[in-house]
Every structure is written in structure tokens, then in C-alpha cells.
Design a protein around this ligand. Structure first.
Ligand code: ATP
Length: 858
């Protein structure tokens, strides 16, 4: 409605101007009448559009084949409407620009000595911005009318319109971050036009019908932003909001210093041509006193301007550096504190791209905002005032040309924004591809997938290049047009000002002032419009940076009850759990179990039955979808998570090491005051790792390569066991990882694990995901998981007697999957087993086997 009211008001105002011109101007010739008629017709057209809009009728009723779906009809209507609207807008733009120039040329020749003439001139000058406003409203209405019918989706407050993805190939869905369009299977996209409605067309809300449907079903759709409870949506930033947020990161005193230096340096810069003009005028009139006076002023102004410009440069650079560093720290802190569900859905490349590329892009325009925006705006305002002082006629002429330049630049910036958004997506894809391949380089080489990875990278870079070339051509044409229009203005100044000067009606110095100033103003204007894209580009990067900086995890690590000092028992009660990316697959269903305080509980079951998921819930990487996990009767969600995790020791299957010394890897996460060197060596000895660590070139100070690639699997496991031991945990989670190790390493790791469990026995509550019979058998309690449910539990003997899942699992372990073996085969296996165990442990092995056999016989 605002658009309609504005359009009608502008139309009425313009009609008044046109009528006043026809009635009161004695100079109205044929051309003027033609132009005036055009303005009236344009205005009527505008009013007609407004009326059609009020009646709710679309601008173009497109005849469509009745076979096509309603969605496709809307899309086609919109496509056709957009073509028509581009043509109409092009015509309106040229027509109104011609009208403005004609009015300006006429106004400057009027003699303003009489009151009526002056009044007429003021009215005509006021009509110039009205014409521009008329264009803005025509544009708004045409775009609104040609948009086709919008749809109302529950996830957004405004009407959404079908978005034509065919021209670009794809767009990114704002909800699920997926690329949507013909390249990805043709899901349709809807877009909010009101949210995109700011002047740079920024802030698009695009949602694909695929993800919207999933979203409506409460599914797992969602983009990068998510917490433990599901996807999150952040409001889109507008350019002004982005600038305000950037400013909020900076101290007020720094901002004030920058503002003062901008104001001083630019107003002095605008005033210098005035003094230069005055010097020339003093020369042409032969006034020595004036000449000396203006020359002294000139010298003082130049020095003051240089000092102010230096202050500006120093403060703005210092501000950029400080902003980049402060914001990077905040973003990294935010990336570190997210829920595990967030990392499950995010590629490392995506996160590092946000931390480095987006951060650089988001903060880089600070320099541009200060130097090209603030400085140029001050220059334009100060210059405009000085221009008006020198000659209002020349000012009217010159500034009439500026508005078309602004429109051309704005149109280009809209187009370029779309290209840049696509370019950015391709470069992020390429980046993600490269990081993934380099992180997993050994797998890539093992599977001979080098060529395939390169092809994927090439595909994205090729797209990036194509869009870059297209953008370069567009920029070139836009520059050509702007330059021609600008130089046209310089020509008009010289032509008109020169004629006045020849008639002695205008001081030569004023022409010089005007020409110098116009050069500075047009440079300021060009640089302002050239850089219009920069904040837009930065807003998308800023959006990505700020939304991540604002993202709060659902599972808070701080706050809550302290860890109890007594022994801890853990119980799962009716726990249901599914991972967010596979919401339909229930990984755990109604799990109820107890890990008794100070006892060892073994969890056994087939691969994929949910054993590791249990330990992840225990670490509170995720919260159960239903039910709860209790520690001494207190829900884990009520505990201080950092304190809780500090008391849990973990030995997992995939040991992750960092690029630092062996001892730093063992004490990872502990502060220097929390351990001594003896603690580290003791932990390493108990973990069977001391000997191999001492054989390394620099012992405990040897640097471990990235991801520990220069250590064997067994050595890494033993370091991980030492890491768990040195923390003196009260809860221990062991994921027996012996399958990937050779016999010798396996024996050593097992020995280390046994020693770890022995050390912790009694003082520590242990949950072990067990594969080895001796570990299972020695556990105080055994829980058998099958397809996410607890199917049996008890001691080894009790479970064997049950003759259920556990008994058949043990039997499979002993006999292999191919059924009972012959006595000879069994003896061969037995001999191999005995040989694999270190000599000093063979007796124990034989005793274990005899006990087991007795148990089975009874
Ligand atoms: N982050 C995840 N996102 C989605 N699904 C997952 C994730 N982690 C595990 N799963 C799935 O959950 C199920 C249980 O996995 P879990 O790792 O708990 O099994 P497991 O019993 O420990 O298996 P294994 O003994 O082979 O380690 C599997 O089907 C697995 O594919």
C-alpha cells in the first residue's frame, strides 16, 4: 500500500508541475509540449498500474497450456513479466533522463531578476528530483506487478514468489543451504521480495520446495547453522544492520577519531579548488593583495589537509587490523563451542572458509566504508555547497547528469551481486573439495582417486572463471557508459561556463574552481558507485560470519551442578536417540541400563548396534531424543558439563593426535599446573608406551606429525591410553580398538588396556565397548545391545546360561561364522592364539581358557 500511496502522491505532484509549466511558461515550445505530454502519459501509466494493483490483478495475463502445473504457470508468468518490466523500465529511464536534462538546460538560461521567473526556476528545480522519484515508483510498481502470484508458506511472514533459477543454474536455499535448480534436479525455489527490497537488492530469502516440505514435516532439513535440537535460522542482515554491527565491535573513541579525520580531510580537500579559483580570479583582476591573501590560505589549507589525510590513513588502518583480529578470535571461540551435531553436518573446509575467507571479506570494506563511502559523501556534500556558492546554474546542469550515472551503477551492482553470490558458492565448493581431498590424501591415493578429485575441483573453478569473465564484460560496459556520461558533464560545464565568462557574466576563477571541483566530485561519485558492491559483497560474508558468531549451542558447557565427590554410578532410562541427518533411523530405542559405581560394565553387540552412540550420550555430545541419562540420580543436563567431561577419560578407536610433542599430546587439555613430568612418564609406562617413546629421537619432546601419521596405530592407541590415565578420570570409556592392529601391536595395546582397567578398578566407573573375550568375561556386568535395544544383561556365566544372543555371539567368536571346526582346525587356531600372546602371559591365557571351557561344560 505504501508503494501505491507514494506513486499516486508523486504522480499528483508531477501533474501540478507539468500544468504550472504549461500555464505559466512563455517558453513552452513543441519539444517541451511533447516531453510534457510524455510525463503526463508516464504518470497516468503509473496511476493505472497502481489501480490494477489495488484491484489485485496481475500486470500480464499469460495464456498457458492447461496441462502445466500451477507452480509452472506461476513461474512462466513471472518470467514473462520480468522481460516486459525490463523493457518498460529501460524506456522510462531514458525518457525521464531526457526530460530532466531538457528542464535543466532551460532553467539555467532564465533571467532570475524578476520574482516570477525566480519562482518558476525554483519550481522547475524541485521537479527534477520529483522526476527521479517517479522513476523509482514506476520501477517498484512494475516489479511488484510482474512478480506473478505469491504463495504464503508457514515459515515466512511475507508472500513468497517463485524464483526463476533457470538463468543461474541454481541458487542456495536459505534454509537447508543446498543448491537448488536445474543442476540439482530442478526443485523450485521461492523467494521473498519484501526482504530483498532494500536498494541493493540484498537480503534474499530463498527456500526450496524440497526442504520446505521436509521442514513442514519437522524433518532434519537445515543448513550449516544447527544445534543439538535441530537447524537454526538467523535473520538476514541488511547493509545498514551489517555496518551497525561492525561499528559495535569498535570503540566509540576510535570511531570518533576516524569521523573527525574524515570530516577535516575531505572538507579541506573540497575547499582547496575554491581557493585556487580565487587565486586565478585575483590574477585576472590584477589584485596583488587578494593574490597574496589567497596564496597564504592555499599553503595553510594544503598543509592542514595533508595532516588530516595522514591521521585518517593511520586511524583507519589500525582500526581494520584490530577489527579483523578481534572478530576472528570471537568467531573461532564460537566455532569451538558448538554442539557436536553442528560438526556432524559441517565440512572442515566450510568452517575454515568462514574463519578466513569470509572474515577477510566481511572486514575488508571497513577501509572502503571509511575512504570511499564516508570520505566521498563528505566530499560530495561539501563540494555541492561550494558549487552552489560558485554558480547554481552550473550546479543544476552538472548534477542532473549524476542521477542517470547512479541508476546505471545501481543496476550493474544488482546484476553483479547475483554473479558474485554464485561465484562465491563455486569458490566455497572448490575450497571444500580441496580440503576434503587433502585431509584424506592417503585414502585418495590408495583408491587412485587423484584424477577424480582434480576433475571435481576443475568443475567448480571453471564455473567460477566463466562467471568472472561475464562479470568483467558487464563491468567494462557499465564503466564505458558512466565515463561518457561524466565527461559529458565536464563538457557542459566548459561550454556553458565559457560562454558566460566570454560575456563577462562569470569570473574565470569560478570556472576553474568548478572544473577542479567537478573532477574531484565526479571521482568521488564514481568511487562511491564503483564500491557500492563492496559492502554488498561484504554483507553476504558478514552474514555468514555474524550468524556463526551469534550461534549459541543448545548444550551449554558452563553452569550447573558440580561433579560429585563420591563414587559415581550412571543410569540410562528409556533413552531414545536418532542422529539429525537420519531422523527416521532410531539408533537407540527405550534403552534402560546401569553402569554401577566403581564397577566395569562391558557393552557388546554387532557392529552398528549403537555401542559408540551410548558412549557419545554418556559424554553428552548429544542429548537423548527421549528419556534421560543420570549420574547418581542427577540428570546429566543439570551438571556443569566442563567439570563433568574433565572427570571422564576416553580411549576411542580413532585416536586423534595434534602437531605437538609426545608429552603435550599425552597431557592434552591439562594446564601445566595440573600434572608433573613423573605423572606423564608413569601414565606412559602403565600404557606400555614408555619404551617406544624413549626410542623416539627426542623422547617425550619428539614432535608428532599432523594426525600422528608418523606413529603406528598401536603406538597412537597407547598414547591415547596414557592420555586417559594421566587425567585420573572418575569415569572411563573404553572403545576396544584392536581389529585394525597386527598381532604384536594388539597384544601390547591389550596389555595397556588391562593395566589401565586394573589401575582404575574400584575408584573408577568403567564402560568398555568390548570385543575380546577376556575383557568381556572379566567385566562385572555385561550388556548386550541389538539394533539399538538392550536385549540381555548379566554376568558372563548368567548370559551363557540364558543361551540367547550373547551365547551365540561367544560361540561365533570361538567357532567362526562358518560353523563348528574340526579338532585339528581348532588346535591350529589355538596354537596361533598362544603364539600371539607374550611368553609371560601364556600361562594366564591357558588358565582363562580352561576356566571358560569348564563354564561351558557346566
Ligand atoms: N554422526 C552420525 N550421524 C548419523 N548416523 C550415525 C552417526 N554415527 C553413527 N551413526 C549411525 O548410527 C548407528 C550406530 O552407530 P554406532 O557407531 O553407535 O555403532 P557401533 O555399535 O558402535 O558400531 P561399531 O562396533 O562398528 O563401532 C549406525 O547405523 C551408524 O551408521
Amino acid at each position: 500500500m505504501g508503494l501505491i500511496a507514494g506513486a499516486v502522491a508523486v504522480f499528483l505532484l508531477d501533474s501540478v508541475f507539468v500544468l504550472a509549466r504549461v500555464l505559466f511558461s512563455s517558453r513552452c515550445g513543441a519539444v517541451d509540449l511533447l516531453l510534457l505530454a510524455g510525463r503526463l502519459v508516464g504518470g497516468s501509466f503509473l496511476a493505472a498500474l497502481a489501480l490494477r494493483l489495488v484491484k489485485g490483478r496481475p500486470l500480464l495475463d499469460v495464456e498457458l497450456n492447461s496441462n502445466v502445473s500451477e507452480q509452472q504457470q506461476q513461474l512462466k508468468r513471472k518470467e514473462k513479466g520480468e522481460k516486459w518490466s525490463s523493457l518498460l523500465l529501460f524506456l522510462a529511464f531514458f525518457y525521464l533522463s531526457a526530460c530532466s536534462l531538457r528542464v535543466a538546460l532551460e532553467v539555467v538560461t532564465v533571467d532570475v531578476s524578476s520574482f516570477w521567473n525566480s519562482l518558476w526556476v525554483v519550481i522547475e528545480i524541485l521537479s527534477l528530483p520529483i522526476m527521479q522519484l517517479e522513476f523509482v515508483f514506476i520501477k517498484g510498481l512494475v516489479e511488484e506487478m510482474s512478480a506473478g502470484d505469491g504463495v504464503k508458506l508457514s515459515l515466512h511472514e511475507h508472500l513468497l514468489y517463485w524464483n526463476d533459477v533457470e538463468n543461474k543454474g541454481f541458487v542456495e536455499c536459505s534454509v537447508c543451504n543446498e543448491k537448488v535448480g536445474e543442476r540439482t534436479g530442478g526443485f523450485l525455489v521461492v523467494q521473498c521480495r519484501q526482504c530483498t527490497g532494500n536498494e541493493w537488492g540484498h537480503g534474499g530469502f530463498q527456500v526450496c520446495t524440497c526442504c520446505f516440505r521436509k521442514n513442514a514435516r519437522g524433518g532434519s532439513a537445515g543448513g550449516l547453522l544447527r544445534g543439538d535440537k535441530g537447524p537454526k535460522h538467523m535473520a538476514r542482515l541488511t547493509v545498514m544492520q551489517y555496518i551497525r554491527r561492525l561499528a559495535a565491535q569498535v570503540q566509540v573513541s576510535t570511531l570518533a577519531m576516524v569521523a573527525i579525520s574524515v570530516a577535516c580531510s575531505q572538507s579541506l580537500n573540497a575547499y582547496i579548488p575554491k581557493t585556487q579559483g580565487d587565486i586565478i580570479t585575483a590574477l585576472t583582476t590584477g589584485s596583488k593583495d587578494s593574490f597574496d591573501h589567497y596564496l597564504t590560505d592555499f599553503a595553510c589549507l594544503v598543509v592542514a589537509q595533508a595532516v588530516a589525510a595522514t591521521a585518517l590513513s593511520v586511524t583507519s588502518r589500525a582500526l581494520s587490523a584490530r577489527l579483523f583480529s578481534d572478530m576472528s578470535i570471537k568467531l573461532f571461540a564460537s566455532l569451538l563451542k558448538q554442539d557436536i551435531a553442528f560438526y556432524d553436518h559441517t565440512m572442515t573446509g566450510q568452517m575454515s572458509a568462514r574463519l578466513f575467507n569470509d572474515m577477510r571479506q566481511a572486514t575488508s570494506p571497513v577501509h572502503i566504508i571509511i575512504h570511499d563511502f564516508a570520505a566521498n559523501i563528505v566530499m560530495l556534500v561539501a563540494g555541492f555547497v561550494i558549487c552552489l556558492q560558485s554558480s547554481w546554474r552550473l550546479t543544476v546542469l552538472a548534477f542532473t547528469v549524476l542521477t542517470p550515472v547512479l541508476h546505471i551503477s545501481r543496476e550493474f551492482s544488482r546484476w553483479a551481486r547475483k554473479l558474485m553470490a554464485s561465484q562465491h558458492t563455486f569458490i566455497c565448493d572448490a575450497h571444500g573439495c580441496a580440503i576434503q581431498a587433502l585431509t584424506n590424501i592417503r585414502t585418495v591415493r590408495t583408491f587412485g582417486a587423484k584424477g577424480m578429485e582434480l576433475e571435481k575441483f576443475q568443475f567448480h573453478m571453471q564455473k567460477f572463471k566463466d562467471l568472472g569473465v561475464k562479470s568483467a564484460w558487464g563491468e567494462g560496459s557499465s564503466n564505458l557508459l558512466s565515463t561518457l556520461v561524466q565527461q559529458g558533464a565536464s563538457f557542459i560545464i566548459l561550454w556553458y561556463g565559457g560562454h558566460l565568462a566570454l560575456k563577462q557574466e562569470f569570473p574565470v576563477g569560478a570556472i576553474i574552481t568548478f572544473t577542479y571541483l567537478w573532477n574531484r566530485l565526479s571521482t568521488a561519485f564514481t568511487s562511491l558507485t564503483d564500491n557500492l558492491n563492496e559492502p554488498v559483497k561484504a554483507v553476504s560474508a558478514g552474514q555468514r560470519v555474524f550468524e556463526l558468531m551469534d550461534l549459541e549451542p543448545d548444550i551449554a558447557e558452563e553452569g550447573g551442578e558440580p561433579f560429585p565427590s563420591s563414587k559415581v554410578g550412571i543410569s540410562f532410562r528409556n533413552v531414545d536417540f536418532s542422529y539429525q541427518c537420519r531422523p527416521d533411523k532410531k539408533v537407540l530405542g527405550g534403552v534402560t541400563l546401569d553402569l554401577e559405581a566403581g564397577k566395569t560394565t562391558a557393552v557388546v553387540g554387532k557392529s552398528g548396534c549403537g555401542k559408540s552412540t551410548l558412549s557419545k550420550l554418556l559424554l553428552r555430545f548429544y542429548d537423548p531424543v527421549k528419556g534421560a541419562v543420570y549420574l547418581n540420580g542427577v540428570d546429566l543436563q543439570q551438571l556443569h558439563l566442563l567439570q563433568y567431561r574433565a572427570n571422564v577419560g576416553v580411549v576411542s578407536q580413532d585416536t586423534q593426535l595434534f602437531r605437538s610433542s609426545v608429552s603435550e599430546n599425552i597431557t592434552y587439555g591439562l594446564r601445566a599446573t595440573e600434572y608433573t613430568l613423573q605423572d606423564v612418564e608413569r601414565a606412559a609406562s602403565l600404557a606400555n608406551a614408555d619404551e617406544f617413546i624413549r626410542s623416539l629421537p627426542e623422547g617425550y619432546n619428539t614432535m608428532v606429525g599432523e594426525s600422528g601419521h608418523d606413529l603406528s596405530g598401536g603406538q597412537k592407541q597407547r598414547l591415547s591410553i596414557a592420555r586417559a590415565l594421566v587425567r585420573r578420570p572418575r569415569i572411563l570409556l573404553l572403545d576396544e580398538a584392536t581389529s585394525a592392529l597386527d598381532a604384536e601391536n594388539e597384544a601390547m595395546v591389550q596389555e595397556a588396556l588391562d593395566s589401565l582397567m586394573q589401575q582404575m578398578q574400584g575408584a573408577c566407573t568403567i564402560m568398555v565397548i568390548a570385543h575380546r573375550l577376556s575383557t568381556i568375561k572379566n567385566a562385572d556386568h555385561i550388556i548386550v545391545l541389538h539394533e539399538g535395544a538392550v536385549v540381555e544383561q548379566g554376568t558372563h556365566e548368567e548370559l551363557l546360561q540364558n543361551d540367547g544372543n550373547y551365547a551365540s555371539m561367544i560361540s561365533r567368536q570361538l567357532h567362526g561364522d562358518s560353523g563348528p571346526k574340526t579338532l585339528e582346525q581348532a588346535m591350529e587356531d589355538f596354537t596361533r592364539l598362544v603364539e600371539a600372546v607374550p611368553a609371560e602371559q601364556r600361562n594366564q591365557l591357558l588358565i582363562d581358557i580352561i576356566n571358560l571351557a569348564k563354564g561351558m561344560a557346566s
